[in-house]
Design a protein around this ligand. Structure first.
Ligand SMILES: Nc1ncnc2c1ncn2[C@@H]1O[C@H](COP(=O)(O)OP(=O)(O)O)[C@@H](O)[C@H]1O
Ligand SMILES: [Mg+2]
Length: 232
């Protein structure tokens, strides 16, 4: 399989075109237009990074990403027509540490809270916390089930250790199971998954296997945040 590294490479059709999907969407949902979201993103990002005594920087490394990220969350038709992404899929954001992956999602969530935009809100958890809960919880299946359903944002996939289960020999990557379940939920219910990771798609294949990699291509728009760490 070719290695997808940009949104332009992701093309699996869902059957419905943009207009049909828009028509089928729940009516009362509050939404935000692209330009409005971009402005909001800018002002919320300024506030967000100011807490770390940083100015919000938009440069060659993140401007394409930020454009696509805002278009995605404002359901912008051109995300599909121009950029060849798919709005009904989730997002997989890959990039070096410190490039702004986690903070970008947190800024979106701040906007969601501010305007009560439910579409922009989803629970977030760092992947090592999922493994920690799994390791300490007696009912292991409960943890897997809990993270298999509903829209979710998993921060830093690949940063987690393989999980332990005294009933099973050796360590296991429970995200293989969680992502498999989430793929099924995506196909049957349209459940969305959002992921940030330092891993490339090739690394995902190495760690979680070819089957997971294949699912990834079907359930995610793959966006890259290029460049070096912005942490000082
Ligand atoms: N666009 C940006 N402008 C200014 N600082 C940024 C920007 N993006 C990231 N940073 C800085 O880098 C730090 C790390 O960002 P973060 O979103 O946690 O990166 P990642 O999740 O990719 O590791 C932030 O706390 C902030 O100080
Ligand atoms: Mg991060």
């Amino acid at each position: 399989m070719s290695q997808p590294n940009s949104i332009n490479t992701i093309m699996k059709n869902s059957g419905m075109n943009f207009k049909e999907r828009k028509k089928a969407a729940p009516k009362k949902e509050r939404f935000i237009m692209t330009e409005q979201l971009k402005q909001e993103f800018y002002s919320e990002a300024k506030k967000y990074y100011a807490k770390n005594n940083r100015l919000f920087i938009v440069d060659e490394n993140n401007k394409t990403f930020l454009n696509l990220f805002c278009k995605y969350f404002s359901n912008d038709e051109t995300f599909e027509t121009v950029h060849k992404g798919e709005l009904q899929k989730g997002l997989f954001i890959t990039g070096n540490k410190g490039t702004g992956k986690t903070s970008s999602f947190q800024i979106i969530q701040n906007i969601s809270r501010k305007y009560n935009l439910r579409k922009l809100w989803f629970p977030m958890i760092e992947t090592p916390k999922v493994v920690e809960q799994y390791n300490t919880e007696k009912n292991k299946d409960y943890i897997v089930k809990r993270y298999s359903k509903g829209n979710f944002f998993f921060d830093d996939l690949g940063a987690e250790d393989p999980a332990s289960n005294i009933f099973v020999y050796g360590k296991q990557d429970i995200f293989i199971r969680i992502l498999e379940n989430r793929y099924n939920e995506f196909i049957t219910k349209g459940t969305k998954t959002y992921i940030t990771s330092n891993l490339s798609i090739e690394d995902i294949k190495k760690r979680y296997g070819e089957r997971v990699e294949d699912r990834f291509i079907q359930m995610f728009n793959l966006l890259e945040l290029v460049g070096k760490s912005r942490r000082l």
